[in-house]
Design a protein around this ligand. Sequence first.
Ligand code: PLP
Length: 412
Amino acid sequence: MASMVDSLWHGFADMGSVVANGRFVVARGAGTRIWDAEGNEYLDATAGLWFTNVGHGRTEVAQAVADQLTKVAHYSGFGDMAADVTVELADRLGDIAPVPGSKVFFTSGGSDSVDSAAKLARRYWHELGKPEKNIIVGRTKAYHGMHVAGTALAGIPVNREGYGELMPDAETVDWDNAKSLLGLIERLGADRIAAFFCEPIIGAGGIYLPPDGYLDEVRQICRDHDVLFVADEVVTGFGRIGGSWFASSRLNLEPDMVTTAKGLTSGYVPMGAVFIAPDVAEPFFSGGVWWRHGYTYGGHAGAAAASMAVLDITERENLLDEALRLEGDLAAALSPLAELDTVSEVRTGLGAVTAIQLADPAEGPAMMGRMRAQGVSGRVAGQGALQISPSFVMTTAEVDELADRLKTALTF
Ligand code: PLP
């Protein structure tokens, strides 16, 4: 499993520890399983980093990308230019957006989407003659990627450490208490606050479901105070929550903007997108406003082709319903693990997402090793939460197999 460490610098890693202990090298994937460089098989409990929603090894997606690259790999998405497949994908996404008729701004990933939405929120109020309305509000436990705005909004304090102030006018409120947002708005004034960023489920910060009523309350507070509500659905978008394409749809949030990536292409190639509700897009579409923002690879033709194929598979195989089926399967198979001494809580109940909370969060790194030894490729999110977020193609029998392997790993 371990290999010689040479040039590769990993993200989110203590490289000293990687050098000392070796890396985990993935050589192949098929469905819900991956194989390491030595041929050992693992159940992929996390769908990579929350992205392989349609499962590994889909030749249909690879073929769609190859066909597109052969036609034209990409061109430019600036000014009046776009590849045909990019235009087609945007229209398809506009149709399934949580707010019908949303405009779609393509990016290269989730961090791009978050920073684009933060800039767009400020620019929107600027266009409406309110340039002082520029504070962006995030939450404790939040993860919004690692570009400048996303890092400034990081609710996991260590993720902000050591960079100084990256973005002025970024504020943080409690992740689970709507009164905290209301208090901030009353203290600073609604005329100063541009947008509130909110993950429907706290992901990297420890996998916490929203408290009952919380999302409705913060949504209404934003409406009442003219604060843009931005749902960060990089993790929850494209079916993870089950039953709908977006958590915002299932939970009826009607966001002003939605940031996405990951499931958009199932991670086969990098791509992100921001959905912008029609009334927020309007000032930019009525003529005379240039939004001087964009990415060379935003809407990349090959990525757009991958996304079209992923959307086809999702529809054809009813994967939104499968994610809902997994909500029940994961709860049934994994909730009993809460009885183990090493587990303090199992959080389930919203789509193909479960957290197994370790009684001792310090056991997290060692648990990764124990899981691998039992044939599970997993991940420990904030504060010792084992992330279970499989591909939507994981069968009920495979969920039981995963639960058995996890039980052994957690019994020590
Ligand atoms: N927003 C959320 C909620 C995320 O979970 C992530 C990544 O995990 C991001 C943004 C950043 O996405 P990326 O890593 O593609 O830049």
